[in-house]
Design a binder for this molecule. Structure first.
Ligand SMILES: NC(=O)C1=CN([C@@H]2O[C@H](COP(=O)(O)OP(=O)(O)OC[C@H]3O[C@@H](n4cnc5c(N)ncnc54)[C@H](O)[C@@H]3O)[C@@H](O)[C@H]2O)[C@@H](O)CC1
Ligand SMILES: Nc1ncnc2c1ncn2[C@@H]1O[C@H](COP(=O)(O)OP(=O)(O)O)[C@@H](O)[C@H]1O
Length: 297
């Protein structure tokens, strides 16, 4: 099947999507974001996603993590609300309601090789009624037979999902769905095929990022190799999750989020050099990325 050429969205269109708060906004109206991740081995990934979610505008960010990770999350940023996943039910995730939008991110810092992490990811896929972004270790669970059945059930129920694989995770998702395609050879085609196979919007990350809903594909190619450092994908998950939590549509949240992430990488490199940027710098550069996009639009 031949795919339509990838679109590019101009700055004016992207700037119009920025989620400026209304004068009478409160923290709930600005969107609740729950980040489910951060096992004992990877607490930092959940910290990065959650901090990025705050910088991208979400009004109330919660981290649901391993009990061993609680102290790390709280120490990293006291404004995050952290709770243990022991005794927690995925049904406790905030549901989007009128004037109280919400979204969830599952996967940053879930170990793809750990059974308990896989069960948690599958429980979130089954229960999350609000928009759900699936990243990191949760993508391994999604690629299983049970994960694919849950993705199909979510789509049938009208529940919306965004996937943010890197090349290795995309290959695993493609194998699970028995679709061909190679991220290196034809990323636009693979992003579209994964979107269709999983009933989701797919953000296929790489030096260029391709965002597809299966029918339309948008190219985001304004990033920098400064972003090639462990943990920047967790930052992207938090940014897109926050835009979903503020009520953006799936494709718009994914394209605007990938753009702000790329622009924040460039702004961080301007300050820290492309050698020295760390993911925390990308989080801190998100306001500059917003300013640059608003000025360009
Ligand atoms: N500070 C932290 O706590 C960090 C935790 N992280 C977490 O670590 C867990 C495992 O994620 P990883 O991505 O490290 O898993 P892996 O590094 O195990 O990647 C899975 C597979 O994909 C391949 N791969 C990785 N990046 C690729 C790319 N860009 N293109 C093609 N193939 C690629 C790898 O070779 C491997 O075979 C996730 O939950 C993630 O959120 C990472 O994001 C790094 C930072
Ligand atoms: N050379 C590059 N140029 C532009 N962006 C890049 C480059 N390398 C990586 N990135 C971006 O950095 C992020 C890396 O995400 P990922 O591989 O998931 O890292 P991690 O899992 O360690 O957080 C993605 O958003 C990707 O698009």
């Amino acid at each position: 099947m031949s795919e339509p050429a990838a679109e590019r969205w101009d700055d004016a269109r992207l700037a119009a999507l920025l989620p400026w708060p209304a004068p009478d906004a409160n923290k709930y109206a600005r969107g609740a974001l729950a980040v489910v991740g951060g096992c004992a081995r990877y607490p930092g990934a959940a910290c990065l996603a959650a901090a990025a979610g705050q910088r991208a505008g979400a009004g109330y960010v919660t981290v649901v993590c391993a009990p061993e990770s609680l102290a790390v999350v709280r120490g990293f940023r006291p404004s995050l609300v952290a709770r243990s996943w022991e005794g927690w039910q995925a049904a406790d995730l905030p549901a989007a309601r009128p004037a109280r939008p919400a979204a969830a991110v599952v996967g940053p810092g879930l170990d793809p090789a750990d059974d308990a992490c896989a069960r948690l990811a599958l429980a979130v896929l089954a229960a999350a009624a609000s928009p759900l972004l699936v990243d990191g270790g949760a993508l391994a669970a999604l690629a299983t037979g049970e994960g694919r059945a849950l993705a199909a059930a979510r789509a049938a129920q009208g529940r919306v999902t965004v996937l943010t694989p890197h090349g290795g995770e995309a290959a695993r998702l493609a194998r699970g769905a028995r679709i061909g395609g190679d991220a290196a050879a034809d990323p636009a085609r693979l992003a579209a095929a994964l979107a269709r196979a999983y009933g989701a919007v797919c953000v296929l990350k790489g030096p260029d990022t391709h965002v597809s809903d299966g029918a339309r594909t948008v190219l985001v190619d304004r990033g920098t190799a400064a972003l090639a450092k462990a943990g920047t994908g967790d930052v992207l998950a938090g940014v897109v999750g926050a835009l979903l939590a503020q009520g953006a549509s799936l494709l718009e949240a994914a394209v605007l989020g990938a753009t702000l992430h790329a622009e924040a990488g460039c702004a961080a490199a301007d300050r820290m050099t492309a050698i020295g940027v760390v993911p925390e710098d990308v989080v801190d550069a998100l306001p500059e990325a917003v300013r640059r996009l608003a000025a360009a639009g």
